[in-house]
Write a protein that binds this ligand. Structure first.
Ligand code: ATR
Length: 265
Protein backbone atom coordinates (compact mmCIF):
# COMPACT_ATOMS: atom_id res chain seq x y z
CA UNK A 1 0.00 0.00 0.00
CA UNK A 2 1.31 3.45 -0.91
CA UNK A 3 1.61 6.01 1.83
CA UNK A 4 1.20 9.77 1.67
CA UNK A 5 1.46 12.40 4.38
CA UNK A 6 0.86 16.03 5.11
CA UNK A 7 3.47 17.46 7.48
CA UNK A 8 3.16 20.70 9.42
CA UNK A 9 2.95 22.29 12.85
CA UNK A 10 0.16 22.63 13.87
CA UNK A 11 -1.46 19.97 11.69
CA UNK A 12 -4.63 18.97 13.57
CA UNK A 13 -6.81 21.32 11.50
CA UNK A 14 -5.63 19.97 8.12
CA UNK A 15 -8.41 18.69 5.86
CA UNK A 16 -5.98 17.26 3.30
CA UNK A 17 -6.35 13.66 4.62
CA UNK A 18 -10.13 13.88 4.29
CA UNK A 19 -9.95 15.08 0.70
CA UNK A 20 -7.15 12.80 -0.50
CA UNK A 21 -8.59 9.68 1.16
CA UNK A 22 -11.97 10.46 -0.40
CA UNK A 23 -10.41 10.57 -3.88
CA UNK A 24 -8.20 7.52 -3.14
CA UNK A 25 -11.32 5.50 -2.32
CA UNK A 26 -13.35 6.85 -5.25
CA UNK A 27 -10.56 5.82 -7.64
CA UNK A 28 -9.87 2.41 -6.03
CA UNK A 29 -6.24 3.24 -5.33
CA UNK A 30 -4.35 1.13 -2.80
CA UNK A 31 -3.04 3.99 -0.67
CA UNK A 32 -3.49 5.91 2.53
CA UNK A 33 -2.97 9.60 3.33
CA UNK A 34 -2.22 10.67 6.90
CA UNK A 35 -1.26 13.80 8.79
CA UNK A 36 1.90 14.05 10.85
CA UNK A 37 2.86 16.71 13.36
CA UNK A 38 6.61 17.30 13.13
CA UNK A 39 9.30 19.59 14.41
CA UNK A 40 11.70 21.31 12.04
CA UNK A 41 14.53 18.86 12.85
CA UNK A 42 12.37 15.93 11.71
CA UNK A 43 11.95 17.11 8.10
CA UNK A 44 15.17 15.36 7.08
CA UNK A 45 13.89 11.98 8.31
CA UNK A 46 10.64 12.34 6.41
CA UNK A 47 12.56 13.09 3.20
CA UNK A 48 14.80 10.05 3.84
CA UNK A 49 11.62 7.96 4.09
CA UNK A 50 10.61 9.23 0.63
CA UNK A 51 14.09 8.30 -0.69
CA UNK A 52 13.65 4.79 0.73
CA UNK A 53 10.12 4.62 -0.64
CA UNK A 54 8.60 4.08 2.79
CA UNK A 55 6.58 7.17 1.95
CA UNK A 56 5.48 7.90 -1.63
CA UNK A 57 4.71 11.59 -1.38
CA UNK A 58 4.08 14.42 1.04
CA UNK A 59 2.26 17.69 1.22
CA UNK A 60 3.99 20.35 3.25
CA UNK A 61 2.10 22.99 5.16
CA UNK A 62 2.94 25.79 7.57
CA UNK A 63 5.58 26.57 8.67
CA UNK A 64 7.81 24.25 6.59
CA UNK A 65 7.12 25.26 2.97
CA UNK A 66 10.47 27.02 2.74
CA UNK A 67 12.59 25.05 5.21
CA UNK A 68 11.91 21.76 3.38
CA UNK A 69 13.71 23.06 0.26
CA UNK A 70 17.25 22.41 1.54
CA UNK A 71 16.59 18.63 1.67
CA UNK A 72 15.33 18.29 -1.92
CA UNK A 73 17.27 17.37 -5.09
CA UNK A 74 15.27 19.39 -7.56
CA UNK A 75 12.59 22.09 -7.64
CA UNK A 76 9.95 22.76 -10.26
CA UNK A 77 9.99 26.26 -11.80
CA UNK A 78 7.01 27.24 -9.65
CA UNK A 79 8.64 26.03 -6.44
CA UNK A 80 11.92 27.72 -7.29
CA UNK A 81 10.36 31.06 -8.20
CA UNK A 82 8.14 31.23 -5.13
CA UNK A 83 10.69 29.56 -2.80
CA UNK A 84 7.75 27.57 -1.47
CA UNK A 85 7.17 23.81 -1.68
CA UNK A 86 3.90 22.13 -0.76
CA UNK A 87 4.23 18.85 -2.70
CA UNK A 88 7.15 16.39 -2.69
CA UNK A 89 7.66 13.09 -4.53
CA UNK A 90 10.38 10.84 -5.93
CA UNK A 91 11.07 10.59 -9.64
CA UNK A 92 14.06 8.91 -11.31
CA UNK A 93 15.83 8.54 -7.95
CA UNK A 94 15.49 12.26 -7.27
CA UNK A 95 13.37 13.98 -4.64
CA UNK A 96 11.39 16.72 -6.37
CA UNK A 97 9.71 19.71 -4.73
CA UNK A 98 6.75 21.32 -6.41
CA UNK A 99 4.30 24.09 -5.58
CA UNK A 100 0.63 23.43 -6.33
CA UNK A 101 -0.63 26.46 -4.34
CA UNK A 102 0.11 28.63 -7.39
CA UNK A 103 -2.08 26.55 -9.71
CA UNK A 104 -4.59 26.17 -6.86
CA UNK A 105 -5.02 29.93 -6.64
CA UNK A 106 -5.11 30.42 -10.40
CA UNK A 107 -7.64 27.63 -10.96
CA UNK A 108 -9.86 28.92 -8.15
CA UNK A 109 -10.22 32.17 -10.13
CA UNK A 110 -10.67 30.41 -13.45
CA UNK A 111 -13.37 28.28 -11.79
CA UNK A 112 -15.48 31.42 -11.35
CA UNK A 113 -14.33 32.96 -14.66
CA UNK A 114 -12.68 35.86 -12.93
CA UNK A 115 -10.24 37.71 -15.18
CA UNK A 116 -7.22 39.17 -13.37
CA UNK A 117 -5.73 40.86 -16.43
CA UNK A 118 -4.97 44.58 -15.90
CA UNK A 119 -6.39 44.52 -12.37
CA UNK A 120 -4.85 46.24 -9.37
CA UNK A 121 -4.49 43.88 -6.42
CA UNK A 122 -4.12 44.64 -2.72
CA UNK A 123 -2.86 41.73 -0.57
CA UNK A 124 -3.00 41.67 3.23
CA UNK A 125 -0.54 39.32 4.93
CA UNK A 126 2.90 37.92 4.25
CA UNK A 127 2.57 34.33 5.47
CA UNK A 128 3.51 31.06 3.82
CA UNK A 129 1.11 31.21 0.90
CA UNK A 130 1.56 34.82 -0.23
CA UNK A 131 4.52 34.33 -2.58
CA UNK A 132 2.46 31.68 -4.43
CA UNK A 133 -0.45 34.08 -4.81
CA UNK A 134 1.83 36.82 -6.13
CA UNK A 135 3.45 34.43 -8.61
CA UNK A 136 0.00 33.38 -9.88
CA UNK A 137 -1.22 36.99 -10.14
CA UNK A 138 1.86 37.97 -12.15
CA UNK A 139 1.31 34.98 -14.43
CA UNK A 140 -2.29 36.12 -14.94
CA UNK A 141 -1.05 39.64 -15.83
CA UNK A 142 -2.31 41.70 -12.91
CA UNK A 143 -1.29 45.30 -13.56
CA UNK A 144 -0.16 46.16 -10.03
CA UNK A 145 0.29 44.25 -6.78
CA UNK A 146 0.41 46.01 -3.42
CA UNK A 147 1.37 44.12 -0.29
CA UNK A 148 0.78 45.07 3.33
CA UNK A 149 1.72 43.13 6.43
CA UNK A 150 1.59 43.92 10.14
CA UNK A 151 5.28 43.06 10.34
CA UNK A 152 6.52 45.11 7.39
CA UNK A 153 9.89 43.36 7.33
CA UNK A 154 8.20 40.14 6.13
CA UNK A 155 6.59 42.00 3.22
CA UNK A 156 10.00 43.48 2.35
CA UNK A 157 11.47 39.96 2.34
CA UNK A 158 8.87 38.85 -0.20
CA UNK A 159 9.62 41.90 -2.34
CA UNK A 160 13.19 40.61 -2.79
CA UNK A 161 11.69 37.83 -4.94
CA UNK A 162 9.32 40.06 -6.92
CA UNK A 163 10.87 43.34 -8.07
CA UNK A 164 7.61 44.93 -9.26
CA UNK A 165 5.86 44.44 -5.92
CA UNK A 166 4.78 47.52 -3.92
CA UNK A 167 4.87 47.39 -0.13
CA UNK A 168 2.74 49.75 2.00
CA UNK A 169 2.42 50.24 5.74
CA UNK A 170 -0.02 48.15 7.74
CA UNK A 171 -3.22 50.17 8.11
CA UNK A 172 -2.83 51.97 4.75
CA UNK A 173 -5.54 51.15 2.24
CA UNK A 174 -4.46 51.93 -1.34
CA UNK A 175 -6.93 53.64 -3.68
CA UNK A 176 -8.54 52.03 -6.72
CA UNK A 177 -7.92 48.41 -5.82
CA UNK A 178 -9.91 45.96 -7.96
CA UNK A 179 -9.06 42.85 -5.97
CA UNK A 180 -8.51 42.71 -2.21
CA UNK A 181 -7.06 39.50 -0.80
CA UNK A 182 -6.90 38.48 2.84
CA UNK A 183 -3.94 36.16 3.30
CA UNK A 184 -3.59 36.78 7.04
CA UNK A 185 -4.92 34.40 9.64
CA UNK A 186 -7.30 37.11 10.86
CA UNK A 187 -10.78 35.68 10.44
CA UNK A 188 -10.09 32.17 11.66
CA UNK A 189 -11.56 33.13 15.04
CA UNK A 190 -15.04 34.51 15.45
CA UNK A 191 -14.98 38.26 16.01
CA UNK A 192 -11.63 38.69 14.20
CA UNK A 193 -11.66 41.92 12.22
CA UNK A 194 -9.17 43.46 9.81
CA UNK A 195 -8.54 47.16 10.05
CA UNK A 196 -9.07 48.26 6.46
CA UNK A 197 -10.86 51.24 4.96
CA UNK A 198 -13.85 49.64 3.19
CA UNK A 199 -15.26 53.06 2.25
CA UNK A 200 -12.11 53.96 0.38
CA UNK A 201 -12.28 50.70 -1.57
CA UNK A 202 -15.90 51.28 -2.52
CA UNK A 203 -18.19 48.71 -4.14
CA UNK A 204 -18.29 46.42 -7.13
CA UNK A 205 -14.82 45.11 -6.26
CA UNK A 206 -13.68 41.52 -5.70
CA UNK A 207 -12.76 40.35 -2.18
CA UNK A 208 -10.96 37.02 -1.80
CA UNK A 209 -10.22 35.36 1.53
CA UNK A 210 -7.72 32.51 1.62
CA UNK A 211 -9.57 31.26 4.72
CA UNK A 212 -12.39 28.81 3.90
CA UNK A 213 -13.41 27.77 7.39
CA UNK A 214 -15.47 29.73 8.50
CA UNK A 215 -17.10 30.08 5.07
CA UNK A 216 -17.69 33.80 5.57
CA UNK A 217 -15.12 35.75 7.57
CA UNK A 218 -15.97 39.27 8.75
CA UNK A 219 -13.71 40.48 5.92
CA UNK A 220 -16.06 38.87 3.38
CA UNK A 221 -19.25 39.69 5.30
CA UNK A 222 -18.50 43.42 5.43
CA UNK A 223 -17.31 43.45 1.81
CA UNK A 224 -20.50 41.73 0.67
CA UNK A 225 -22.76 44.08 2.60
CA UNK A 226 -20.95 46.96 0.88
CA UNK A 227 -21.90 45.57 -2.52
CA UNK A 228 -18.72 43.68 -3.45
CA UNK A 229 -18.21 40.21 -4.91
CA UNK A 230 -16.70 37.71 -2.47
CA UNK A 231 -14.98 34.33 -2.65
CA UNK A 232 -13.39 32.19 0.05
CA UNK A 233 -10.37 29.89 -0.22
CA UNK A 234 -12.14 26.55 -0.54
CA UNK A 235 -11.53 26.14 -4.29
CA UNK A 236 -7.88 27.10 -3.87
CA UNK A 237 -7.55 24.38 -1.25
CA UNK A 238 -9.33 21.81 -3.42
CA UNK A 239 -7.36 22.64 -6.57
CA UNK A 240 -3.96 22.53 -4.85
CA UNK A 241 -4.89 19.05 -3.59
CA UNK A 242 -6.19 18.10 -7.04
CA UNK A 243 -2.87 19.03 -8.63
CA UNK A 244 -0.88 17.03 -6.06
CA UNK A 245 -3.17 14.01 -6.42
CA UNK A 246 -2.85 14.06 -10.22
CA UNK A 247 0.93 14.30 -9.98
CA UNK A 248 1.25 11.37 -7.57
CA UNK A 249 -1.42 8.99 -8.87
CA UNK A 250 -1.57 10.01 -12.55
CA UNK A 251 -5.35 10.18 -12.20
CA UNK A 252 -7.42 13.36 -12.27
CA UNK A 253 -10.00 13.07 -9.52
CA UNK A 254 -13.43 14.61 -9.87
CA UNK A 255 -14.32 17.93 -8.25
CA UNK A 256 -18.03 18.13 -7.56
CA UNK A 257 -20.41 19.41 -4.88
CA UNK A 258 -19.83 16.35 -2.71
CA UNK A 259 -16.10 17.14 -2.62
CA UNK A 260 -16.73 20.78 -1.76
CA UNK A 261 -19.16 19.83 1.01
CA UNK A 262 -16.53 17.49 2.51
CA UNK A 263 -14.72 20.56 3.81
CA UNK A 264 -17.68 21.57 5.93
CA UNK A 265 -18.76 18.21 7.39
P1 ATR B 1 3.36 32.20 8.87
O1 ATR B 1 3.59 33.67 9.18
O2 ATR B 1 3.99 31.28 9.89
O3 ATR B 1 3.66 31.81 7.47
P2 ATR B 1 0.58 32.35 8.30
O4 ATR B 1 -0.60 31.84 9.06
O5 ATR B 1 0.70 32.00 6.88
O6 ATR B 1 1.83 31.94 9.14
O7 ATR B 1 0.65 33.94 8.38
C1 ATR B 1 -0.01 34.65 9.27
C2 ATR B 1 -0.23 36.02 8.67
O8 ATR B 1 -1.29 36.66 9.36
C3 ATR B 1 0.97 36.93 8.81
O9 ATR B 1 1.01 37.80 7.70
C4 ATR B 1 0.64 37.67 10.10
O10 ATR B 1 1.25 38.92 10.24
P3 ATR B 1 2.70 39.05 10.95
O11 ATR B 1 3.69 38.69 9.91
O12 ATR B 1 2.78 40.46 11.38
O13 ATR B 1 2.68 38.09 12.11
C5 ATR B 1 -0.83 37.86 9.93
N1 ATR B 1 -1.52 38.10 11.20
C6 ATR B 1 -1.78 37.22 12.17
N2 ATR B 1 -2.46 37.79 13.18
C7 ATR B 1 -2.63 39.10 12.83
C8 ATR B 1 -3.29 40.23 13.43
N3 ATR B 1 -3.90 40.12 14.61
N4 ATR B 1 -3.27 41.39 12.77
C9 ATR B 1 -2.67 41.51 11.57
N5 ATR B 1 -2.06 40.48 10.93
C10 ATR B 1 -2.04 39.29 11.54
Amino acid sequence: MKKYLVIGNPIEHSLSPKLHNYWIKKNNINAIYEKKLIKVNEIRNVITDIKNEKINGINVTLPFKKSVIQYLDELSIEAKSSQSVNTVYKEDKKIIGHNTDIAGFELSLRHINFDVRNKKVFILGAGGVVSSIIFALNKMNASKIILSNRTKQKAEEIKKNFNKLNVVNWGDTPENSDIIINATSVGLKEGDKLDIDYEKIGNGKFFYDVIYNPKMTNFLKIAKSNGNFVENGRMMFIYQAHQAFTLWHKIMPEINNEVIELLYK
